[in-house]
Write a protein that binds this ligand. Structure first.
Ligand SMILES: [Zn+2]
Length: 459
């Protein structure tokens, strides 16, 4: 198996990458393998160079940023140190809605950029774009992070994702074959608590024989529990990377026990790719400083080390669609110490991130709120504003959606259909249109609010 993967990596991977215009990813990986061990100061100097270059590029080529700089009397020369970035406003998802096409750099044709939607877990979607080189750089960063758990490109890895999250089952058999047997990626949608499906996944994973997994913890816990409950021999792994939601210690321990290897936490998003990840020392999440500038803010100021703040990300790689101080709707804690692994990359705290919310299906089973988030953002043609789902009773839901963009009948139909598909047919749904989703005392907005006590039949 190891020999097979290393032959594919040497002989076939360069060809596959070249065909998809991704060959520079290997060069970037070699660079990042080295730069991660630079001193903190050298990394900061490099990050500052990249930030200055991005600001200049945004000012000169993006109509949106030209205006933002102009309105404030700024030029790229106005930025003398990292602190000065606070002269620029935060980039919100509403800005992406309202100014998406003006953000695109005039040096790129829109058609040449890869389009995606913003993450679905907070229920608000907008189009974002990424240029090819940025994609390749982020691919190299993802490989570097996987390398920290021992995986090299093309080593077999199983993705344990919440139900239907990325719709990979719609892939043509050719790309399925390529992913599974050449790139070493096999996906399993395990988030539905279905013993029959779990049995099939189990058999397939045992025959596929991956040594690594990338997982959503909430989707993986029921599968791990199924393996324990049925007394099956667990597939043994060498490394597991958890992402997409908060990794609770309790879940981490269960998953480690079942699959027999450490679980490393990774923080990333669709908008800006991998931002930070634990190395094998697991003392905190190393920020990918070469590609991301991360701020932690509270009431307009940068928080001190050890204090929680809202995360703003400047993507230092995406020249097609500059994203500066992007408000990702997550929270985290900047940390001061350095890691015993010797890497110079700065640190943020694990275990903080998206507020974790749950809902109950009529059978009393508890599910992670993000499952609804992904289903609400599953159709690229249905543009929904910000959305909040409130469970009022075991079968009663109140759904708030914002009036920007103005929701159409199609949006209402889509929301009802998705709710019935995921939660169940016999539920009551009331949809109301609002100017804004109400905020919690903390200032956060929540995507799913469950107002009912755990039903007695809760598992
Ligand atoms: Zn480390």
């Amino acid at each position: 198996m190891g020999l097979y993967a290393s032959s594919v990596r040497k002989l076939i991977l360069p060809y596959l990458l070249k065909r998809d215009h991704r060959e520079s990813a290997l060069k970037h990986l070699r660079f990042f393998e080295e730069s991660q061990y630079w001193s903190r100061q050298r990394l900061q100097d490099y990050q500052w160079e990249r930030l200055q270059a991005l600001l200049k590029h945004a000012y000169e080529t993006s109509p949106y940023y030209k205006k933002i700089f102009g309105d404030r009397g700024l030029t790229p020369k106005s930025f003398k140190s990292f602190d000065d970035i606070r002269q620029l406003p935060i980039l919100t998802r509403n800005d992406l809605f309202d100014h998406g096409s003006e953000i695109i750099s005039g040096q790129y044709k829109k058609e040449s950029l890869e389009e995606a939607l913003t993450g679905g877990t907070t229920g608000q979607q907008a189009s974002i774009f990424r240029d090819q080189e940025s994609f390749n750089i982020k691919l190299a960063i993802a490989w570097r992070h996987e390398g920290w758990m021992g995986r090299k490109p093309c080593d077999r890895m199983a993705y344990l994702w919440p139900a239907h999250i990325d719709f990979r089952h719609d892939q043509a058999w050719k790309s399925k074959f390529k992913n599974r047997y050449l790139l070493g990626d096999a996906s399993y949608c395990v988030g539905m608590n279905d013993p029959h499906a779990f049995g099939e996944f189990y058999r397939d994973i045992m025959s596929y024989g991956p040594k690594y997994m990338k997982i959503f913890p909430s989707a993986t816990v029921p599968f791990a529990q199924f393996i324990l409950d049925t007394g099956k021999r667990p597939p043994r792994m060498k490394g597991i990377m958890a992402t997409g939601e908060v990794l609770h210690e309790r879940d981490r321990r269960l998953i480690e026990e079942v699959f027999g290897c450490p679980v490393q936490d990774m923080y990333g998003s669709r908008e800006t790719g991998n931002t930070s990840c634990e190395c094998s020392a697991r003392e905190g999440l190393h920020i990918a400083m070469e590609t991301s500038f991360v701020e932690f803010v509270s009431e307009g100021r940068w928080v001190d080390e050890g204090e929680e703040g809202e995360i703003l990300i400047t993507d230092l790689t995406n020249y097609g669609f500059p994203m500066i101080r992007y408000q990702i709707n997550d929270y985290g804690i900047p940390m001061k110490q350095s890691c015993s692994c010797g890497r110079g990359l700065s640190f943020m705290s694990p275990g903080v991130g998206r507020v974790q919310d749950y809902f109950y299906t009529p059978d009393g089973v508890r599910h992670a709120g993000l499952v609804l988030g992904y289903h609400m953002s599953s159709d690229h043609d249905v543009k929904i504003g910000q959305i909040q789902i409130v469970q009022k009773g075991l079968k009663d839901y109140l759904i708030r959606i914002t009036n920007r963009p103005e929701p159409t009948e199609r949006v209402f139909d889509f929301i009802r259909r998705q709710m019935h598909k995921i939660v169940g047919e016999g539920i009551n749904i009331e949809i109301v249109i609002v100017d804004e989703i109400p905020r919690e005392k903390s200032g956060k907005t929540r995507f799913v609010i469950c107002e009912i006590e755990a039903p007695g039949i809760n598992k």
